[in-house]
Ligand binder design. Structure first.
Ligand code: NAD
Ligand code: MG
Length: 398
């Protein structure tokens, strides 16, 4: 296992991607790989953090809540782990030396710790979407300046990365989408959809926010933005195709008509293992693909009328960097209003669309230019959240 990095860190070790990363590391260690863990972080789940520390034996563990230092020290007592709490501790976890780091904190909270890792030139396995969706140009530029390697973990982007053999000879990319739970639902049925129905994803088991995003196809729109920044393609060179089996994770189309794809069962341990062992491949005991049992793979065009999120994200990409930050923030507000039972499913995209129009009218300068700092990203994020709150409030009262 000579190609495995010697020292790794995991931001968001208690989450779904964090736990899958832990499991891949244990698998490789069980085969004799020497992997040391420099740092791990968690939001607030101390029992899960303690379990991860017992298994990984990191040198440093950080919790998000600044008031949780004493209980965290107690929970991790006897494990030989140095403990930190608060935003600066999360950043320290990103900044501490390691060859490789998993960025798997959910949301904008992941930006600063991930940037700390980018600034020290680490290999950064990027699961967190917000780094690119909210601050894509900042991350791409910083990675270039500091010699950091961004290794995509989102399954579609990881698939493209795996088959990106000739970056200068690519005609277009195609991202696959499962289609979510409402792939063949009528608009009327979608209008009546409950949070539980929207969260019942047919293929992947994920948190509620990303599950609702998969139901509206906003997740695919955000992934289109992610792909555009990551691989340097304009939106018109990135297609989306619905592929309900979720076996082909994306396609790269080359100038000679060849199309390369990466296939695998819908198991996040596969892209994580690839990012961890890159540029090699490591033997990992993931669920294997059985094509004969599967029988057929199907594809269909997405329905733009029932899933307006895709066009919204394309418009945002065309409009410029701050607009993608605003779409992501407005969507977060709309999704929580839906999950709280305040607005209907079809109003999620309506809130995002109206918030973009309202922002454009009230403060056109704000979203017209590319943010050059996290402070500017935060200003756009706040303005978009405010606009979305007002619109969601109005729709809830109607
Ligand atoms: P999750 O909610 O299961 O875990 C998130 C982690 O972040 C946890 O460790 C949590 O404690 C921590 N966290 C939450 N709020 C925090 C805060 N304010 N400060 C610090 N830490 C905080 O999420 P997940 O499903 O593992 O997803 C992580 C990221 O990866 C997301 O950006 C998601 O979009 C992306 N992603 C996930 C999947 C998947 O299959 N789950 C696939 C592709 C991409
Ligand atoms: Mg994905």
């Amino acid at each position: 296992m000579t190609s495995s990095p010697r020292t790794v860190s995991i931001l968001g070790v208690t989450g779904s991607v964090g736990q899958s990363t832990l499991s891949v590391i244990e698998d490789l260690r069980g085969q004799g790989a020497e992997i040391e863990v420099a740092a791990v972080t968690a939001g607030g789940n101390l029992p899960a953090l303690a379990d991860a520390c017992r298994r990984l034996r990191p040198k440093f563990a950080a919790v998000a809540d600044p008031d949780a230092l004493a209980p965290a020290r107690e929970a991790l007592a006897g494990l030989g782990v140095e403990v930190g709490a608060g935003l600066s501790a999360l950043e320290e976890a990103g900044a501490r030396p390691s060859d490789w780091i998993m960025s798997a904190i959910v949301g904008a909270a992941g930006l600063a710790p991930t940037m700390a890792a980018v600034r020290r030139g680490a290999a950064v396995a990027l699961a967190n979407k917000e780094c690119l969706v909210c601050a894509g140009p900042l991350f791409i530029e910083a990675a270039k300046t500091h010699g950091a390697r961004l290794l995509p973990v989102d399954s579609e982007h990881n698939a493209i990365f795996q088959v990106m053999t000739h970056p200068d000879r690519v005609e277009k990319l195609t991202l696959t989408a499962s289609g979510g739970p409402f792939r063949s639902a009528t608009l009327e049925a979608m209008g009546r959809a409950t949070p539980d129905q929207a969260c019942a994803h047919p293929r992947w088991s994920m948190g509620r926010k990303i599950s609702v995003d998969s139901a509206t196809l906003m997740n695919k729109g955000l992934e289109l933005i992610e792909a555009s920044y990551l691989f340097g393609f304009p939106e018109e060179k990135i297609d989306i195709i619905v592929h309900p089996e979720s076996v082909v994770h994306s396609f790269v189309h080359y100038v000679d008509g060849s199309v390369l794809a990466q296939l695998g069962t819908p198991d996040m341990r596969i892209p994580i293992a690839y990012a961890l062992s890159w540029p090699d491949r490591a033997p990992v005991s993931t669920t294997r693909l059985d094509l004969a049992t599967l029988g057929a793979l199907t594809f269909e065009a997405p329905d733009a009328q029932r899933f307006p999120a895709l066009d919204l994200c394309r418009q945002a990409l065309r409009a410029g960097a701050a607009t993608t930050t605003a779409v992501s923030a407005a969507n977060e507000i709309a999704v929580s209003a839906f999950l709280d039972g305040k607005i209907g499913f079809l109003n999620i995209c309506r809130v995002v669309e109206e918030a973009m129009t309202a922002l454009d009218r009230s403060d056109p300068g704000l979203i017209a230019k590319s943010p050059t700092s996290f402070d500017q990203v935060a200003a756009v994020d706040q303005a978009a959240r405010g606009a979305a709150q007002r619109i969601a409030g109005r729709l809830a009262a109607a």
